[in-house]
Write a protein that binds this ligand. Sequence first.
Ligand code: HEC
Ligand code: HEC
Ligand code: HEC
Ligand code: HEC
Ligand code: HEC
Length: 404
Amino acid sequence: MAAEVGFPGGELLTKYIMVFMLAAVAVSPAILAAHDFPEGAVPYEKSRRCSACHPAVYKEWAGSIHAQSSVHKDAAHRAIYGAFLDDMKSEGKEGSYHCATCHTPMADNVKELVDGTDKPNENLWREDEGVGCAFCHRVDTVVEGKDRNSFTINKDGAYISSNPVEKAPHGVGVSQLFASGEICMGCHSHMENQDGVAICSMKEEGQGNCIACHMERKEGPPSTESAKETHASHEMAGGHSLVMLCRAVSVNVKINKTDNSTTVDVEITNKTSHDFPSTMPMRMAFLKVTAFDADKKAVFRNYQVNPMEDRKAVFMKVFRGGGEVGVPAWKAGGVALDTRLKSAETRKFSYPIPNDGVKTVSVEIIYRLFPSQALEKYRALKDADDKSIDTNFTLYKKDFPFLK
Ligand code: HEC
Ligand code: HEC
Ligand code: HEC
Ligand code: HEC
Ligand code: HEC
């Protein structure tokens, strides 16, 4: 089987090549947006190539957001990129696909895409791959940059991970970057816009081991040749996964009734090790509290139509710029408000409801990848062929009987 796969250099490496890498983190003097792919390095392999021997891992990756991250596959990303280009055009400038650093890191022309001398091309498979297997597993170092990080890729094409393996039909290596999640921070750490405003800042919001929560052990061996019974899941789920969202918070509800007043008291605690929602600035979550009478008619709502009516119960980050609130990342001059829950933070809410005639109280926490307002503003987002864009993900819902 190995022979038909054709590995870098064409040879079958049966020797156990163990390269202990020091997880050096260099700091770039200038903004370094392209990845350092050394002269004469072994070309990247297609992710599909790995599927014959790593079927479980391949399947998870193929269904993950990392496999859909390119402008050719992710409708939401394409819509926002389009809106960015339109805005630039209206200001007489030409926007570049600077998104390539993280969204299509394997492209041969990352540098040209970033500086605007080239445009995305759907016929180039290395763009289509998104965050492919060979990209992550060939990362030698994370190069820290001011507006974003970049990577140095190995020259010999060995696939690096956290565990030493006995025998593989390709070069392997070991690096601590893969043990804690430092590899993740290569792209997830931070991004600043052209005016130096922090758009994403996981490096400030997040602690903890990303891999522990985002790559849980799943049943099945990591390769067809392995005797192990479990492997690290490559689904790397987040906001697109209701299962993952349901793990984000814990909720405590009490209905406090005295002779002349009743309140619904809700406590929400962020169980993740970063802000909730995290980290992409358009994500939002909100609390919905409804009291029903015996005929199931709502006699109390914390908001009527738009969750923003109860602003303190909306968790999100909003930018300001040019005297406006609610501007996109590229127009941001600063943060207007950031009401997301910090890691381990508990926030308390208390709603007075009618003292009589209430039968049940329903408490819900709803998450959206994009606020409805953004869908109104960006036509392409609304028209995109992706249902998740306009979905209310209910990550918590419970009905409480109203005790007399
Ligand atoms: C011909 C079969 C074959 C193909 C194709 C293949 N691998 Fe492997 N790979 C193996 C075997 C066998 C091992 C050692 C497995 C073990 O002992 O768990 C291994 C080990 C690894 C490891 C180290 C695993 C660990 O436990 O830390 C990584 C990382 C890896 N492969 C990545 C890749 C990537 C990425 C691709 C595709 C670009 C790929 N492999 C393609 C057979 C293959
Ligand atoms: C520094 C790396 C980096 C750069 C540069 C970058 N992104 Fe992203 N982007 C990410 C990461 C990481 C995520 C996922 C984070 C999250 O969801 O919280 C993401 C998520 C997104 C999403 C959400 C996608 C979805 O399916 O919901 C959109 C939209 C997006 N980016 C648009 C862009 C656009 C447009 C550009 C360029 C103008 C860009 N990004 C540049 C790293 C980057
Ligand atoms: C080469 C850059 C890169 C690296 C390295 C990387 N990511 Fe991502 N990640 C992205 C981009 C880009 C997106 C957003 C893709 C999109 O939605 O279009 C993303 C999205 C995600 C999401 C959101 C999934 C969802 O449902 O919306 C999670 C979770 C995630 N990454 C976790 C990780 C973890 C854990 C690691 C480390 C093991 C990691 N990432 C390494 C670029 C990267
Ligand atoms: C976003 C970065 C990223 C991508 C993309 C990625 N991996 Fe991994 N992979 C990791 C990290 C980090 C680990 C180490 C997890 C650990 O040690 O718990 C890992 C572990 C592995 C292992 C060892 C698993 C185990 O449990 O022993 C194999 C094999 C592997 N990856 C193969 C692949 C293949 C094949 C693909 C594509 C189908 C792929 N990886 C895509 C980051 C990535
Ligand atoms: C204690 C468990 C835990 C740890 C540790 C953790 N996360 Fe998460 N993460 C979650 C949960 C649960 C979610 C789903 C809630 C959400 O999307 O905000 C999530 C969501 C995400 C998302 C998805 C955001 C989106 O817009 O779809 C990204 C990206 C992410 N985490 C990256 C990371 C990175 C990078 C690290 C390491 C610094 C990390 N996480 C550490 C539990 C964790």
